[in-house]
Design a protein around this ligand. Structure first.
Ligand code: HEM
Length: 286
């Protein structure tokens, strides 16, 4: 239980209420009712066994979804592979550790959906729906996912840094990044706590806080000492084994509501986007 506890400890005394608006009025729960009536069933039939055979899929997909939505909205722009010198969001180092299991579940769902209803279901709706399904499957809360997102026309490496914070980002900058997207501090804490319920974090991400922190203190004094000692034990060999990772846990009741909000961040509808044939490349213009 690494990141969430740290954040929750640091933020437990802060809260704020900031009004939020989203332009997602063209989305609906039954968007595919006529054009792809088996959409939800197909998603379920693909996603459930994938998580059973590869239990890291849920965490992997949630992280990909979050990284997608924070950068230019939930438009599957994070999925575009770099080509011919064009650096996409995927090229940014923070996205190098996104796990292949999430890409795999998207490919599988897209393939099945293209057979059932060609050129109808967007990759961004697949990613949003797979994430919701996986969170529920691993014991998390259910929340509603509106549908009708189109896939974006832009994926640019240079848009990533300003929107995605890093584990050593200051709290002020982190709060600024979330409030810019319309989230309250309370929602930010819920997302960080709940989101990091799933998955792993590499020791290198927090090693400076538990080894040689400062001239006077080996460990960051703001950390719970027992927790820090446990992390030091877990990560003792992180330099020789860079794959060393700590499992993350807690959960917040506000998480589902905040996820609903993440799911409609900056969505594109109508002509502002397309339904990609291959989720990892823009459709080529005829
Ligand atoms: C903005 C603040 C955030 C920071 C600084 C941050 C940072 C990180 C870091 C450093 C990792 C470990 C990556 C690795 O070691 O490979 C991680 C993993 C993860 N993050 Fe975040 N994160 C943030 C917000 C979120 C949010 C809001 C969610 C979800 C709603 C989320 C979901 C996840 C998940 C599920 C993983 C595990 C991925 C896996 O095991 O494949 N993160 N995050």
């Amino acid at each position: 239980m690494a990141i969430p506890l740290l954040f929750l400890l640091m933020l437990s005394s802060i809260s704020s209420m900031i009004p939020v608006s989203h332009s997602h009025s063209h989305l609906s729960l039954d968007y595919y009712a006529k054009t792809c009536p088996d959409f939800q069933r197909i998603m379920q039939e693909i996603v459930t066994p994938k998580q059973i055979s590869s239990p890291t899929t849920a965490a992997a997909t949630l992280r990909v979804f979050f990284h997608d939505c924070m950068v230019d909205g939930c438009d599957a722009s994070v999925l575009i592979k770099p080509t011919n010198g064009h650096n996409t969001e995927m090229s940014q180092d923070i996205n190098h550790s996104l796990s292949g299991d999430s890409y795999d579940v998207i490919v599988r769902a897209k393939t099945a959906l293209e057979i059932a209803c060609p050129n109808v279901v967007s990759c961004s709706d697949i990613l949003a729906t797979a994430t919701r399904h996986l969170i529920k499957q691993v014991g998390g809360p259910y929340y509603q996912v509106l549908l009708g997102r189109k896939d974006g026309f832009v994926s640019n490496m240079s848009h990533v840094e300003e929107s995605l914070t890093r584990s050593n980002t200051t709290m002020d900058k982190m709060i600024a990044a979330f409030t810019k997207k319309g989230f309250t501090i309370r929602e930010m804490v819920a997302l960080l706590g709940g989101g990091h319920t799933l998955g792993f974090v590499h020791c290198v991400e927090f090693a400076p806080r538990i080894f040689n922190f400062s001239a006077t203190s080996e460990i960051d004094p703001s950390l719970n000492p027992g927790f820090a000692a446990r992390l030091r034990q877990l990560c003792a060999n992180y330099k020789t084994n860079p794959d060393m990772a700590a499992f993350m846990d807690p959960m917040s009741p506000d998480f589902a509501r905040a996820m609903e909000k993440v799911s409609v961040l900056g969505v594109k509808t109508g002509r502002r986007g397309e339904v990609r044939t291959d989720c990892f490349a823009f459709n080529t213009k005829a």
